[in-house]
Design a protein around this ligand. Structure first.
Ligand code: GDP
Length: 313
């Protein structure tokens, strides 16, 4: 991307979007296009088309979306499928209409089947049934991938799609009803420490295994793909190592410094038993993770403590 390019980062208040903006600014990109929810509702086709007409972006990052953890996905299936379908369709079609040079669409590891062979490769997409708790979100994200591929095939658009694993970092959602596991655990252990509580409850059996990639590593991958990759196949962004939820809880407990015990609420769903990404495609393109999990969680915990007065939820 040329330094004077007009770059539209959608979802710039979110975990990925905010990290993208920080890194683009650090690299000297001065012409960023940003619009928050009050300025532009990405579900509204007419508004999105008008916004593209007026702002004329050269590059677009689709980091906007309705996202959430296992409980939010299970509780609001209509919001998860509708919002994400509309956002993908409106942004991708408007990008085509206004001749955007390149677009990067962000999906998720949950687009892969529940029982996909591990680690999950790009070609495992649509090879089996989805995990029921987040199938609504996954179907919308798969539609976004297919939109990118269809516009590339029919119109020659340079639209690429990346599938990040579970991400974490500053500006994450720390609301216990809607967040993913890592921010939830940071908050639960922190509040338990302050309250001198005897125990912290972790959902499920603690047995599922997940990967966690720091959002700054994911952003480095996205910018690298924008530079070097231009093809129809989706590309995984993985953490290159995984951990059980029990081990994660123990690590967070240690980082936060909580002295009590951990109990598991097995009445809560586990979700997929394991989600590990094969990263050989992106590794061959020259990207690797740089932020080790413990170091990344410590930095995120510091951020949480410093900003928790104004965090959402
Ligand atoms: P997933 O990766 O799509 O399943 O989404 P989550 O990040 O929400 O959950 C990952 C795993 O962590 C699941 O097995 C959850 O049951 C488990 N988990 C344990 N405690 C919590 C918690 O407090 N919040 C969330 N969201 N998940 C938790």
């Amino acid at each position: 991307m040329e330094r004077d390019a007009r770059i539209y980062v959608t979802g710039h208040n979110g975990l990925v979007g905010s990290a993208l903006v920080r890194e683009l600014q650090r690299r000297g990109y001065g012409d960023l296009i940003l619009a928050d929810r009050a300025q532009l509702d990405l579900r509204e086709q007419t508004a999105v088309r008008k916004f593209f007409r007026e702002t004329r972006p050269n590059y677009v990052f689709v980091a906007a979306g309705k996202v959430g953890g296992i409980l939010a996905n299970d509780s609001y299936p209509a919001d998860f499928i509708y919002d994400n379908l509309m956002i993908a369709a409106n942004l991708i079609h408007s990008a085509y209409e206004r001749n955007v040079r390149k677009l990067l669409y962000l999906g998720s590891s949950c687009v892969y089947p529940k029982y996909a062979p591990q680690p999950m490769c790009e070609e495992d997409l649509l090879s089996g049934p989805l995990e029921p708790t987040n199938q609504w979100y996954a179907v919308a994200k798969i539609a976004g991938i297919k939109l990118c591929q269809a516009y590339r095939r029919q119109h020659g658009c340079s639209y690429i799609a990346a599938m990040p694993t579970n991400l974490y970092g500053p500006y994450d959602n720390f609301n216990l009803n809607t967040s993913h596991v890592l921010p939830a655990l940071l908050r639960k252990f922190h509040e338990a420490k302050l309250a001198d509580a005897r125990q912290v409850t972790v959902w499920g059996t603690g047995k599922p295994r997940r990967e966690f990639c720091h959002v700054d590593d994911c952003v480095a991958a996205c910018l690298h793909l924008m530079d070097v990759y231009d093809s129809e196949e989706i590309v995984n962004i993985g953490a290159e190592s995984d951990i059980s939820i029990r081990e994660l809880a123990e690590l967070v407990q240690d980082i936060v410094g909580f002295q009590g015990e951990i109990v598991f609420d097995t009445g809560r769903p586990d979700g997929s038993p394991v989600k590990r990404m094969d990263t050989s495609v992106i590794n061959a393109l020259g990207w690797h993770t740089a932020i080790e999990l413990e170091q990344g969680i410590r930095a995120t915990y510091d951020w949480y403590v410093r900003h928790k007065a104004d965090h959402r939820g």
